[in-house]
Design a protein around this ligand. Structure first.
Ligand code: E4P
Length: 232
């Protein structure tokens, strides 16, 4: 399963990229506004230089002609840009056009299995079902992921990856992994929660304390005499 970070905060992206566990980035207009950056194109260019995997950059227009022009421009910023378009008739038309010319496209704001079928038929590289926002209105976000997994696996000609979005907790990530979703895009705070377990902290504190009692240190430089095979 691939992990993308769902943020436009460059410092967070650099910090998480340093873990070596980040496969991509998703941004959206709200995240860009929150980041305070006033130059969207240079922000996306810098993100794409920090993370080699797909970086989703969303179009701002809603009509076909302008969306397409914006998408063509965004795709030129870097090879790893995935143009993000909304799941509307015009957005899917742009998706079809861009995917046919080899540009990665992320179809966003997916809230139903029917919409996910349309995204796959439009040749989307990624479809982004928003699980948290469905949970917020009393529906089941994870049931939607399960339905899309079932549908896509019945049609080998669908090459669209399921990108679980609007993730609110580590359980969303675990449930999505159990269902075989391709990608989860996760807010930085939730990525950090994935690392945590109280027993890890407790166990590590004990190991550190017990090691100190031994009075030893492990060398960090110099040569180590390798073990000689008993047969030679
Ligand atoms: C996906 O690409 C979106 O940026 C994101 O996951 C939306 O999440 P939210 O519902 O927390 O805003």
């Amino acid at each position: 399963m691939k992990f993308f970070v769902d943020t436009a905060d460059l410092n967070e992206i650099k910090d998480l990229a340093a873990t070596g566990l980040l496969d991509g980035v998703t941004t959206n207009p709200s995240l860009v506004a929150k980041s305070g950056h006033s130059d969207f194109v240079s922000l996306i260019r810098e993100i794409a230089s920090v993370v080699p995997g797909p970086v989703s950059a969303e179009v701002a227009a809603t009509d076909y002609d302008t969306m397409l022009a914006e998408g063509l421009y965004l795709a030129k910023i870097a090879k790893n840009i995935a143009v993000k378009v909304p799941l509307t008739p015009a957005g899917l038309k742009v998706c079809k056009h861009l995917s046919q010319q080899g540009t990665m496209v992320n179809v966003t704001l997916c809230f139903s299995a029917a919409q996910a079928i349309l995204a796959a038929k439009a040749g989307a590289t990624f479809v982004s079902p928003f699980v948290g926002r469905l949970d917020d209105i009393g529906e089941s976000g994870m049931q939607l992921i399960s339905d899309i997994c079932t549908i896509y696996s019945a049609y080998p000609e669908f090459n669209t990856q399921i990108l679980v979005a609007s993730v609110r907790s580590p359980m969303h990530v675990v449930e999505a992994a159990k269902m075989g979703a391709d990608v989860a895009t996760i807010p930085p705070a939730v990525i950090r929660q994935l690392f945590s377990h109280p027993l890890t902290d407790k166990g590590l504190a004990q190991f550190v304390a017990d090691w100190a009692k031994t009075g030893q240190t492990i060398p960090t430089a110099g040569n180590v005499q390798p073990l000689k095979s008993s047969r030679t």
